[in-house]
Structures are given as structure tokens and as C-alpha cells.
Design a protein around this ligand. Structure first.
Ligand SMILES: *Cc1c(COP(=O)(O)O)cnc(C)c1O
Length: 374
């Protein structure tokens, strides 16, 4: 079979999305299904939608355009501040975008007016993780000025934590977001305004907090796709953690000394790892590497040990047993490995559980929509 490949179980993704959306709905929180790890692949978007998720979010306009080619009406939010050079595409294809700069909002307004559209804006607030966000003290003024732009609708506020600095969502920062939402309530409808609390790392807080305040939306990618929460990377009860499997093919199988010989300098990717002397070990080389996956993000099956990787080779210890050249080894990817595999043109994507026949290519360079028909 073709390798390397990423096997994607849409039924498991649909299950995870259904469970998370229902649990959050019970707390009054809607889910924005984030498709960026999958380049806006419509089969995955469709799994989110059929699980009852009403809004999609992606950080890249080209992914949003890929979804638009399949679905003209689903609400889509651009969850990264638009590039000034892309505002025309943003207002054409995204209903809402996350914003922190008045210059960008002004350009969105101009672009929306030119094409007779209205574009929604969610203002992102900095709560300590030091990625995107307006400083809290500036929010009221920027909200006021945002409201003055023609063809712009202030839809709400949001925050993002645990991405850049690992700051955890908690009662303190989520309480602050709720208070800020109260503060700007008079500038947008208090009932329907979006208060988007964050990403998958908000789930522990959202399920555990006695009071979630005004937070009424979370943007979920990793937790749906991988069934785990990103703060401690623990599995979430009742979810599948194996919706994605990375399969690679063995191209060399030899017994070699466990330590390199010769003068040691740098490797292709920096400092070499120290290897203790274990005598000769059986090593398999697989035809997959940094270009296709994040090697550190692969969990091998029992008995297989990751020894190293370069651009195109993954070296594994096989625990004393021989695996045949031409055979395959399957790994569980973490978010980092998944992101790279999904966006690599040399990893073929094989979907199962596909409920919709595509009528157009989905935007992934090498993804043949093959259904292993469940
Ligand atoms: C990527 C991203 C998300 C989704 O994060 P997950 O951890 O995959 O749930 C949400 N919001 C923003 C702004 C993002 O960039």
C-alpha cells in the first residue's frame, strides 16, 4: 500500500466532536470547530458539521477558501488577525475574523464596503499568554472605534491562552474576560455577543469551573482530532485518541553498533543525541522524516524505539526482532506530528468513514479521497 500515509478515521473524529459539543452545550458553550491542522480539508469539516458544530474556524484564508468551495453558507471565522494584503479574500470568504489592529479593521471595512458585504469582527484581548490581543485597558476604546466603521459588525470578544507561553485558562483570566465582556456590552448586543474563551486548553476549566461566566464559545481543534486536552496532554474521557495513524515503510533492516564512530560534530538537525553502548542492535530505517512529520511527536508501537531522524529517514530500534524490508510500522502522531503530516505533500491521506462524495478536489495536494468503506 502507498506509504507514508496518514490514516484518518472520520467516524472517530465525528464521535469526538459530538461528545465535546454536547458536553459544552450543557454548559451553555458553543463550539467553533477548528480545521487548521487539516488544511481546511472538507471531509474533516463535514465530520465537525455533522456532529452538530455550527461554526468552523481556521487561521489561514487559503484553508477557508477550500472549505468555501464545498460549502457556500457555513459560518466560518478567520481565527488569526487578517493580513492587510489579504483583506479582500477575508471579507469574500470569512463571515467573521479575529482582530487586534484598527488599521486592519479599517481595511476590512473598505473591502467589505467595496463588495457590498458586512464583515464580523471579534476583538481579541491579551490575557497574559503574550500572543495576539489588545491590552485589556485599551479594549473599550478600540471596541468603540470598531463600531464606527461602515460594513463592520462588532460580534464580540475573545482570548487565546496556552499557545505561546503556556498560561493556563483559569477562574482568574476567564473571569477577567467575562468582566471585559460586561464592560463592552453596551457596544454590542449582550445576549448574542460572542465571548470566545479560548482553545482546547480551556476544556479542563470549562468542565470543572463552578461558574463559566459569560464565556459562550470555545474553538476546538486538537481535542476533537486527538481526543486529548493540550495542557497535560491527557486523554479526555469517552473520546478516541487514535483517529489518526501514521504508517511508514521499512527500507533498511540491519544489525549495527549502538554507538556511531568517527569524530562527532553536528547532525542535519543540530546536536546528536548521546547513545549508550549496548553492543550491536537491530535497526530499521523507515522512509519518512522531518519533512513529513515531527519525529519527536510519534508514539511507536510496543517493542519499537525511536533512535533518530533526518529529513527523509526515521531510524528505529526494533527490540531484537527483525522486521522485513517492505513491511510497515504504524505510529500515533501528536499534534505537532499530525500538523506536519497533514500539510506535507508527500504523506498520502487515506480517509475512512467518509459520508459525502466530494465533487471537487479538497485542496490537499496528494490526498486521493479513498474510502476504506466502513
Ligand atoms: C489553533 C487555534 C485554536 C485551536 O486550538 P486547539 O488547541 O487545536 O484546540 C483556537 N484558537 C486560535 C486563535 C488558534 O490559533
Amino acid at each position: 500500500m502507498i506509504a507514508p500515509r496518514l490514516e484518518i478515521d472520520l467516524d472517530k473524529i465525528r464521535h469526538n466532536a459530538t461528545v465535546l459539543a454536547a458536553r459544552l452545550r450543557a454548559r451553555g458553550v458553543a463550539v467553533t470547530g477548528v480545521t487548521k491542522a487539516c488544511m481546511g480539508d472538507y471531509r474533516i469539516a463535514e465530520a465537525f458539521l455533522s456532529a452538530g458544530i455550527g461554526t468552523l474556524g481556521d487561521s489561514r484564508i487559503e484553508n477557508i477558501e477550500a472549505i468555501r468551495r464545498e460549502n457556500a453558507t457555513v459560518p466560518i471565522t478567520l481565527i488569526r488577525s487578517p493580513m492587510l494584503s489579504q483583506v479582500d479574500r477575508v471579507v469574500a470568504h470569512a463571515d467573521v475574523s479575529f482582530n487586534t489592529e484598527l488599521d486592519v479593521i479599517s481595511a476590512l471595512s473598505t473591502a467589505a464596503r467595496r463588495t457590498g458585504r458586512r464583515h464580523g469582527v471579534v476583538l481579541m484581548v491579551e490575557l497574559g499568554d503574550l500572543r495576539e490581543g489588545i491590552m485589556p485597558g485599551d479594549l473599550a476604546e478600540i471596541a468603540r472605534r470598531t463600531r464606527r466603521f461602515p460594513n463592520i459588525v462588532l460580534r464580540g470578544i475573545g482570548a487565546n491562552l496556552a499557545c505561546q507561553s503556556g498560561v493556563s485558562p483559569d477562574a482568574g483570566n476567564m473571569g477577567e474576560l467575562s468582566r471585559l465582556a460586561d464592560g463592552v456590552a453596551e457596544t454590542f448586543c449582550p445576549r448574542s455577543g460572542i465571548v470566545s474563551g479560548g482553545n482546547s486548553s480551556n476544556l479542563l476549566w470549562a468542565f470543572g469551573a463552578p461558574d463559566i461566566g459569560r464565556i459562550n464559545d470555545l474553538r476546538l481543534g486538537e481535542s476533537i482530532l486527538l481526543g486529548q486536552e493540550p495542557l497535560h496532554r491527557r486523554a479526555i474521557d469517552g473520546l478516541y485518541v487514535d483517529a489518526f495513524t501514521l504508517v511508514a515503510e521499512v527500507i533498511e533492516m540491519k544489525s549495527k553498533p549502538s554507538q556511531p564512530w568517527g569524530e562527532i560534530a553536528q547532525t542535519a538537525f543540530g546536536k546528536p543525541a548521546f547513545r549508550e553502548d549496548r553492543g550491536d542492535v537491530l535497526r530499521a530505517i523507515l522512509a519518512v522524516g522531518h519533512q513529513d512529520i515531527d519525529p519527536a511527536g510519534l508514539t511507536p508501537p510496543a517493542g519499537i524505539e525511536l533512535l533518530g531522524a533526518s529529513s527523509d529517514h526515521l531510524v528505529c530500534g526494533t527490540g531484537g526482532s527483525r522486521v522485513a524490508v517492505g513491511s510497515e510500522i504504524a505510529f500515533q502522531p501528536n499534534y505537532s506530528a499530525l500538523l506536519r503530516a497533514m500539510t506535507s505533500g508527500s504523506v498520502t491521506k487515506i480517509f475512512s468513514g467518509d459520508r459525502k462524495r466530494l465533487h471537487a478536489p479538497c485542496g490537499l495536494s496528494c490526498a486521493e479521497p479513498q474510502s476504506s468503506a466502513a
